[in-house]
Design a protein around this ligand. Structure first.
Ligand code: NAP
Ligand code: HSE
Length: 449
């Protein structure tokens, strides 16, 4: 007798749940592989069988391998979702995904989606439809692929008070920054390598401009702070402006540059607001996030009673993402078979977002300046005029005064103590209209200290 649970027969009396899969690309094809290879075990875990009734794609002619049977493919996603008990959405994009999911729920199906862009832009409509039709909405795979993060925030920590979530939630940009740090490559060269190796998409905009990380930050902030935090509420800066010089300057200061997603509760006199933001930041090279290499993700959650928790793993890729989806499929299917509902939207706190201008951060700024007496004093004077205190200064001569009397230039890298974002913006405005400052080359925040 086989001891492997998949070997034990599945009772023919178990109910059958009809599953529609929307999309059979990187993630969808792995979802279908796991559903077919682990069907027996999943039936035992659920107490019901999963029957894939169709797979919606755009191109019916494409061969998709043995786990995506051609007979299941359809271009008619609208009909498919109306016949399902469970819809797994892995097609991506806003439309037609949104309309299909709303239609699926209206027809009584529970939904599992990996679509962070849709959740961040219009999660409210999906939650409302799930409530209105008494079905479940699960989306573990939408944030950090295989890493359990949505369920811990939404369920395991539901009795605690989350203060801050800080982490690396985009694998592509971490791969690029890691390559720049290890090899000294420029952003452009590291991106080209990442594309050749299949880590970055042909159109890398969503990743390198920070949009993907911002969508994940909006989902995490909404869950952590029981408030609706829309994509538009997330301050977002990508990594396209990070230069090889920034990486070198960071290393000189014992720091490393990572694209961070930060969502936090800001306690103020008379209340609290929340901040959700994504930007490349300098962190100490001994910080646990500094050792997160290649395309891995890692996230810290700080909660009042639980203290600090760290989650680490593969944040992308077909199989890791499919693992998170299958976990959601099991949860949603169990509820269909045994009754009960999954977690609903929790937004009772209705906390407002704090504008970036009102936040305090430590900064690193890098300027190209005229090399002549008094320039440093002028820069320090501007910063101190806005209440910004300098922590360190590094100066390097770029070129000597030429024979024809050309101006000599120097590079100045300044790190500051924590200061108001609006004060830094005002200082940079002054620098950009001062003859002594030839260019503002970088402005990065310092975190994790
Ligand atoms: P993908 O490889 O581009 O696959 C998308 C699939 O959806 C394709 O099979 C495509 O059909 C189908 N599709 C797209 N538009 C459609 C339409 N209008 N009607 C019918 N079918 C349509 O995408 P993916 O990488 O698997 O990502 C899917 C979702 O998972 C996205 O929301 C993404 O953000 C999320 N996600 C992805 C990862 C990852 O590592 N890839 C990780 C976490 C979350 P054709 O094959 O015929 O073109
Ligand atoms: N493009 C994302 C990343 C994976 O690079 O992490 C999907 O969330």
């Amino acid at each position: 007798m086989s001891l492997h649970p998949s070997g034990s027969p599945v009772s023919p009396d178990l109910p059958t749940l009809r599953v529609a899969v929307l999309g059979a690309g990187t993630v969808g094809s792995e979802v279908l592989r796991l559903l077919s290879q682990q069907g027996g075990e999943l039936a035992h875990r659920i107490g019901g069988r999963l029957e894939v009734i169709g797979v919606a794609v755009r191109d019916l002619a494409r061969d998709r391998g043995e786990h995506v049977p051609a007979a299941l493919l359809t271009e008619d996603a609208t009909r498919l979702v109306q016949e399902a008990d469970l819809v797994v959405e892995v097609m991506g994009g806003i439309e037609p995904a949104r309309t299909l999911l709303l239609d699926a729920m209206a027809h009584g199906a529970s939904v599992v989606t990996a679509n962070k862009a849709l959740l961040a832009q219009d999660g409210a409509s999906l939650y409302e439809a799930a409530d209105a039709h008494g079905v479940d909405l699960y989306f573990e795979a939408a944030v950090a692929g295989a890493i359990p993060l949505v369920r811990p925030v939404r369920e395991s920590l539901a009795g605690d008070r989350i203060q801050r979530v800080l982490g690396i939630v985009n694998g592509t940009t971490n791969f690029i920054l890691d390559a720049m740090t290890r090899t000294g490559a420029s952003f452009e060269d590291a991106l080209a390598d990442a594309q050749q190796l299949g880590y970055a998409e042909a159109d890398p905009t969503a990743d390198v401009e920070g949009h993907d990380a911002a969508a994940k930050a909006s989902i995490l902030a909404s869950l952590a702070f029981h408030s609706r935090v829309r994509l538009a509420d997330v301050h977002c800066e990508g990594i396209t402006a990070v230069s090889a010089q920034d990486i070198t300057a960071a290393a000189r200061m014992g720091r490393i540059i990572k694209l961070l997603s930060i969502v936090e509760r800001i306690e103020e006199e008379g209340g609290e607001r929340i901040s959700a933001r994504v930007y490349p930041a300098l962190i100490p090279d001994h910080h646990p996030l500094a050792s997160v290499s290649e395309a891995y993700n890692a996230v810290f959650i700080e909660a009042e009673a639980a203290g600090s928790l760290m989650f680490y793993g593969q944040g992308a890729g077909g199989a890791p993402t499919a693992s998170a989806i299958l976990g959601d499929v099991v949860s949603a299917a169990r509820a269909r078979v045994h009754g009960g509902v999954g977690p609903r939207e929790s937004r009772y706190a209705e906390l407002e977002s704090i504008p970036l201008d009102e936040l305090r951060s430590a900064f690193y700024i890098s300027l190209t300046v005229q090399d002549r007496p008094g320039v440093l004093a002028e820069i320090a004077g501007t910063l101190s005029g806005y209440g910004i205190s300098i922590s360190t200064i590094h100066q390097e001569l770029l070129d000597e005064r030429g024979e024809a009397g050309e101006q000599a230039r120097a590079h100045i890298g300044i790190s500051t103590h924590r200061a108001l974002e609006s004060a830094m913006t005002a200082s940079l405005d002054v620098f950009s209209s001062t003859a002594t400052v030839l260019s503002i080359d970088s402005i990065l925040r310092i975190e994790g200290e």
